[in-house]
Structure formats: C-alpha cells, structure tokens
Design a protein around this ligand. Structure first.
Ligand code: HEM
Length: 501
C-alpha cells in the first residue's frame, strides 16, 4: 500500500488528514494516554474497535470494522463499551463511523507510546447489527481459537492480539462481577503500566511468566473466566516469551492491530495510507459580491517558515480584452496567515505545526476563473504548487454556495439559512436542493436530509447570479448542494468549517 497524494478536490483525504494530524479535536481526547473512568480513553477506544471488528468472517468476507457496534450496544457481550460518544462528532459524508473507530485505535495506541499504525480510510458503515461474536472470558480455548480464526487470526496471532489489547485498561467489577468479587476493587488493571502501551511487554509478559501478574483474566477467583491464562499459555508460553522483546512486541502489535482495523466486508475498498500532506487546499468558494466574483481558497503548508512567501494565481475562464491580469497571470497575496499546532499524532509523524495561507481574489464577473495554483518560496526561489499537475480546476461557476450571503441570512436565526447562487442566464427552471449531513446524533446514526431551495426574495438577482435559499437544521454540519441546471446535474460539497457561521 502506498502513501496517498492529495489531489484537490478530495474531501475524504482532507478530513482524514485534518482529523489525524490537524485541527480536529479527536486526537486531543486521547493525548498523553488520557485517563478516564478509572481506565484510559485509549483502552476504551481499542476495546470498542475490537468488539466492532470481531464480527469479521474472513472466509465469507462479512463483518469486520464496519461500525455495526452502533446497533449492538445493548448486547451483554458489549457491556461497558465506550467511545461512540467521542466519535460521533467526527463523522462526515466522507469519513464513516467505522473510519473514525479505526482512527481511534491508531491514535490511542500512539498516545500511550505504542507503534504508529498506518491509517487508510474508506470503510463503510453497516446498517444493522452483526452476529454476536465477541469472545467471552468463560469460553474455552478451542472456542477462542475458532473465533479468532474466523476473524482471520492464527492461534499465535490470537495470543499476540489479546496481549496487545490487554496491555491497556482492565476489568470493571460492575461489568464482570464473575471476575472481580464483591469484596474486590471497582476496577482492576491488566498490568501495572496502564498508561503505557510499550512497557506492557515487560509487564504483561514477564509478570505473566513470573506469575506475579495482577491481570484479573489470569488470576480471577473464578477459574472458568481465566481466559488470558488459557490463551497466553496455550503454546507453552512460546509466543509470550517472544513478545518479551519490546521491539518485537511493538512491531507485532502494530501489524496485528493494523490488520484488525483493516478487516472490512467484501466490496469495501480502502484508500492508500494517509500521511500528512505537504500542500493541502481547502475552503474553496467562488461567489458574487459587489460587482465581482470572489474566489476564496486556503493553502495549508507543513511547518512555519517566516521567510516563506506564498501567492495565489488564477486563470480566467473567459478571456477578456481589458482584463486585470497582466502577462504573468493574475495573482494575489494572502489576506491572512495562521500557524497552528499539529495534533500530538502529527508531531509523532514529525510535523510540529501547519500554516494556513488564506486568499481572497476579486475577479471580474465576465472573466470568472477556471483554474488556480500557487507559488511557494521558502527563501530559495519560487516553486509552483499545482495539484500534482493540472492545477486546481474549478469545474463550474454555474451553481455556487454563497458563504457571505449565507452568513448574513443566518444572523440571529435559529438554524441556518443557506444561500446558493445560480448564473442568471441559466437560472430559469433551475432546481436547487441541499443534502445535509448531521453525524452528531444520540443513536450514532447520521441524519441525512434533503431540503429544496426556493427563489430568494431577500436577495434579488445581482452580479449575474440569481439566488436560492432554504432553512436547514442547526445540527447539520456538512452538506452537498445538488442542482439541475439546463438538464445538467451539478453537485458541490460544503465542509463544516465553511458552513459553520
Ligand atoms: C478471548 C478474547 C478476549 C476476551 C475474553 C476479553 C475479555 C475482556 C474483558 C472481560 C474485559 C473487561 C471489560 C470491562 O470490564 O468492561 C476486557 C477489557 C479490554 N479488552 Fe479484552 N478480551 C479479549 C480480547 C481482546 C482483544 C483482541 C483486544 C484488542 C485488540 C481487547 C482489548 C481490551 C481492552 C483495551 C480492554 C480494557 C477496556 C477498558 O479498560 O475500558 N480484548 N477484555
């Protein structure tokens, strides 16, 4: 699997990159192996991911990491499972709950000092519960071997995966009174380094081998429930001994957990690995204002270089005799430059910070724009940034989301009032609607709504555009504008950061 390149427009890559490395707050929740509920956020997220993925049947190619857990929370086997309340804020039309669960594992393992697991996106969420397949402590060894085999893991890999999972967190008395007796503590850690993924090798393994472990799944009064004891010892400790090397433990866990999160049903195709992108373009909008077209775009570069200068260039859609552009093209300097810290995970990947260069170009209405690109000079000469060749192409200017008029229309309103412009010469008979996305719901199932937009009476035609408007729910965080204009279908994505006012 190779490393993905960012070819704008690609909202999926944009959002994945932002969630893992950038400004989204998912990573911050587990930073420094954050404690929560007597355990760690990391332990909760990893357990959730395992329970979700344990529905995998690799021969049938069904189940796996597909967020079916959303429909399985009431089942006994999922007692104490936590994390979906964290994850629901980070889904979008391009990043499924299953992807966020997988990111949760990548982030939490790294946050506690474990290996860096490469992340790939593209998982598809299930629409119903999967089978009851989570292994339970009272089951015998043969059942566990069978169950891991169905999930795609050999017996040796089962030993590894359980050791990797149980290096964090522990057992809760309220959830498992058959493991921790009434007289015992409310929560018992699997090992003595509950905030460390890496040290666990020493602790889990040597403690286990030394027979001094506190692991309740090894020591519990109830022999039937000593599943870790049976699993770890199932090959006379050969695997556990091999994991006594910290390096071997880290590598083994990295590759087993990677396989766990990448086990997906038939037909689901994962993206390439998402590493931090050197150049990322977002926040692109084109809308009419005060007799011109405004082109807004943001270029994000890795790191902050005070010597760096960045310019936006564009090419006109219609050649105009008296255009504002001279022979070297039209260009503008940034209106705003903001440096922000990378997430802890970005930092682990060698990225300390990012710098956003925000541009706002005013373009004659008649000329409009077809392509844009940038030059970046780090102090040693300007280099062109042009979307890996082909430049940043603005497919159409017929239907445009209008952030400025939307801001004005939404002021003081409960919810949002969206304004979309359609080129006046093509506006007759135009059908404009929006498909809104709300991921942050109490049952973790996104709400998708279609709203037809009507002619906007408060914004009469102006600047060559005719405006359409409609109210959308305040919970909607992303949307697509869908239009049929002159028999042609046009679809435009609006990111939450461009929508939230
Ligand atoms: C035979 C297989 C397994 C059994 C029987 C088992 C059983 C358990 C039990 C009983 C708990 C306590 C949960 C609670 O008190 O709410 C637990 C916690 C946990 N398990 Fe497993 N587990 C197995 C495999 C795995 C695997 C493969 C992983 C991940 C790769 C994993 C990750 C975790 C984590 C991280 C916790 C701690 C959760 C927390 O502290 O909130 N387990 N497991």
């Amino acid at each position: 699997v190779s490393s993905a390149t960012f070819k704008w427009p690609d909202p999926r890559m944009d959002l994945i990159d932002e969630t893992l490395y950038g400004a989204k707050q998912l990573a911050a929740l587990t930073e420094n192996c954050a404690p929560r509920d007597k355990t760690t956020v990391a332990a909760q997220w990893i357990r959730l991911a395992y329970h979700d993925s344990s529905t995998a049947d690799v021969r049938e190619q069904t189940g796996g990491l597909d967020a079916s857990i959303v429909y399985e929370l009431e089942e006994d086997e999922n007692v104490g499972v936590k994390g979906l309340d964290d994850f629901r804020h980070f889904t979008s039309p391009y990043v499924s709950m299953a992807d966020v669960i997988a990111m949760g594992t990548v982030l939490s393992v790294a946050s506690c000092g474990g290996p860096i697991i490469p992340f790939r996106g593209g998982r598809v969420d299930a629409t119903k519960a999967g089978p009851d397949t989570v292994p339970e402590p009272y089951e015998d060894l043969e059942d566990h071997i069978e169950s891991f085999k169905r999930q795609g893991f050999t017996k040796t890999e089962m030993i590894g995966l359980v050791a990797c999972g149980h290096t964090l967190g522990g057992v809760r008395k309220v959830d498992f009174p058959d493991i921790i007796p009434e007289t015992g503590p409310d929560f018992e850690n699997f090992d003595r380094t509950e905030f460390k993924f890496d040290n666990a090798v020493y602790v889990d393994v040597t403690e286990f081998l030394d027979d001094t472990t506190a692991n309740p799944l090894v020591r519990t009064f109830n022999e039937t429930n000593r599943s870790d004891l049976r699993i770890f010892g199932s090959d006379k400790n050969v695997t556990m001994r091999s994991l006594a090397s910290p390096d071997k433990f880290s590598k083994t866990c990295g590759s087993l957990l990677e396989r766990m999160i990448n086990t997906v049903p038939k037909g689901v195709k994962l993206t390439d690995t998402v590493d931090p992108f050197e150049n990322k373009v977002s926040g692109v909008s084109l809308f009419p204002q005060n007799g011109t077209l405004v082109l807004q775009a943001t270029l994000r570069r890795i790191s902050a270089n005070p010597k760096r200068s960045v310019k936006l260039f564009w090419q006109e859609r219609q050649k105009q005799g008296s255009s504002a552009c001279n022979s070297s093209g039209c260009s503008v300097n940034p209106t705003k430059t903001t440096t922000y810290s990378a997430s802890f995970f970005g930092k682990l990947r060698g990225v300390k910070e990012f710098t956003n260069y925000e541009f706002r170009a005013q373009i004659p209405l008649g000329a409009s724009v077809s392509k844009f690109w940038f030059t970046v000079d780090e102090g040693s000469g300007a280099k062109t940034v042009e979307n890996g060749g082909g430049r940043y192409e603005i497919e159409q200017d017929t239907v445009v989301y209008d952030p400025a008029r939307t801001t004005i229309a939404s002021a003081g309103v409960d919810g949002k009032v969206l304004v979309v412009g359609v080129r006046t010469e093509q506006a007759a008979g135009a059908k404009v609607s929006v498909e809104t996305y709300q991921g942050d719901t109490s049952n973790y199932i996104p709400i998708i709504q279609n709203v037809d937009l009507q002619l906007d009476t408060k914004n009469p035609p102006k600047d060559g555009y005719t405006f359409f408007t409609g109210s959308i729910s305040s919970g909607a965080s992303y949307l697509h504008v869908n239009a049929v204009v002159g028999g042609k279908k046009i679809r435009q994505f609006v990111d939450s950061k461009d929508l939230v006012l």
